[in-house]
Design a protein around this ligand. Sequence first.
Ligand SMILES: NC(=O)c1ccc[n+]([C@@H]2O[C@H](COP(=O)([O-])OP(=O)(O)OC[C@H]3O[C@@H](n4cnc5c(N)ncnc54)[C@H](OP(=O)(O)O)[C@@H]3O)[C@@H](O)[C@H]2O)c1
Length: 278
Amino acid sequence: MPTEQVGPVPLFLYGTAWKEDRTAALTERAVRAGFRGIDTANQRRHYFEAGVGEGLAAAYRAGIVTRDELFLQTKFTYQRGQDHRLPYDPASSFAEQVAQSLASSLEHLGTDHIDSFVLHGPASNYDWTDADAEVWEAMVEECNAGRARVLGVSNVSLRHLEQMTAAHTVPPFLVQNRCYARLGWDREIRAFCHQRHIVYQGFSLLTANVEVVQHPLVMELAKRMGVSPAQIIFAFARAIGILPLTGTSSETHMKQDLASLELSLPQEAVDAIESLAG
Ligand SMILES: NC(=O)c1ccc[n+]([C@@H]2O[C@H](COP(=O)([O-])OP(=O)(O)OC[C@H]3O[C@@H](n4cnc5c(N)ncnc54)[C@H](OP(=O)(O)O)[C@@H]3O)[C@@H](O)[C@H]2O)c1
């Protein structure tokens, strides 16, 4: 894996899911607000990747950023996670589907390479299968060909990761998972990633953990520090080694989310939040 070819991974990623015809405008707004990492997927059911490309093109034209200043991440999604709008021929082999999907992503995003290519989720909820192995090796090929800088895997269990890393010589550079406070904020997977220097990206930090966002401990800390509870959660996430995603549509929240990078929480607050729910 040519990890030396990827620049620093930004400390916050802007997620582009569920934005439909607002995707272009919100992507441009996120870049204007200061986000330099953009997460998308070639999965028309939940993402409008071509809209992300439009938003980026507008930001380039306006001179806000250049392509090289951005970290662009997209995903390969199996047919079972897609609707009828497939970015590949489902009759092709999995390896060919990966190549077709990435070629389509590059076209959508107006670039000759992406910074990060992620398997959206393994084929089975239980095991790392032969299909996953074929897909992963095809993703490695895309890396070797220079069309993707680093590789990742999403929506995985510890079992998936153990089987995957035993089966392949190229490990994931990153893992992207939904992060539940009741599972100790994905404690087991975070530990696995930490031991192997794998970047851990967490999503649904706010929406999956409403009980923690609204917990008196978090509310009081937010009041004391003069910030919002959401900012406390993002600062906490960073303190325990999570690279957070936000998909906010609000310009105010975009700025608040980025400003949380400046917050430093007392260690006892980090420890208390980590064990509030699990
Ligand atoms: N790999 C996967 O399978 C997968 C699955 C889901 C998501 N993702 C990625 O993760 C990204 C983020 O998704 P998410 O599930 O974390 O949800 P999200 O789309 O980020 O939604 C977060 C919610 O929190 C609110 N919010 C954000 N910042 C806030 C702030 N500072 N104060 C108060 N509220 C705030 C937002 O409302 P406002 O819009 O009003 O701010 C929104 O309702 C997605 O866009 C996608 O890129 C990946």
